[in-house]
Ligand binder design. Sequence first.
Ligand code: HEC
Length: 260
Amino acid sequence: MKGCVIVMAGALALGAGVAAPHVARAADEPALPHMKWSWQKNFGLGTIDRASAQRGFQVYNEVCSACHSMKYMAYRNLEGIGLTEAQIKAVAATKTVPGAPDDEGKPTTRPALPSDHFADPFPNDNAARAANNGALPPDQSLLLSAREGHADYIYALVGKGYVDAPAGVKVPDGLYYNTYFPGHFIHMPPPLADGSVTYADGTKASVAQEAHDVATFLYFASYPENDQRKHLGVRVAGFLVLLTGVTYAVKRRVWSGIDH
Ligand code: HEC
């Protein structure tokens, strides 16, 4: 029975996921708004809202990818949020990635394939810095898991954080004021506006909606195994409950004839 409890606890830990290392928030920053994310539902065993993640990919693809790379994501990983093979092929085909050198050894480019990783917006970090006032837009593959607050932080930063600086605060040239960014001065211009994208499913594209959706997509990017892990967790827990019942029945039967 004790072993069973330990295994059960293990299964739950499997379902809840292991905390990732993160950049801590300073004391003078406002508390993050707490959103109810799909994967937090059912005692943390919820799966990712695919419609939202697909809209979030659209936001990444049409807005964020102008500056942010996502080098650990391959186009075929979009299967995990429900894109079909044909859709993935079509998305990849619109991107250009480096190809094999030509006969003279000169670099070439080619349209991306589903197996390619997301195309980089800049050829290298220096070019990325030069285009962004000296700041490097961080790669977004694992960005969410690297920040305290995770999806709540991404949502707050791009969905609510760009406000007028308080009276008396001078924002240096080339920087923007953001309540939720550590230190408040950020090199990223407000990336979202109402209607930045036109959602294929007809959802109204407000800044808050876009921020919510892109945070969902970035959660998927950081935890692509979320849904399988939780389905497995639920199945393992179900199996253990069953096993406990069977063990108990067997125990009663074995001991039934014994006087004690
Ligand atoms: C015009 C270029 C540009 C676009 C477009 C852009 N970003 Fe950024 N982003 C930056 C730069 C530059 C930084 C680094 C900011 C700094 O260190 O001051 C950054 C930083 C970030 C950070 C990290 C903040 C931190 O805690 O360090 C997040 C999160 C982020 N961007 C999310 C997004 C999302 C989501 C989108 C799309 C909706 C987006 N960005 C679009 C340029 C951009």
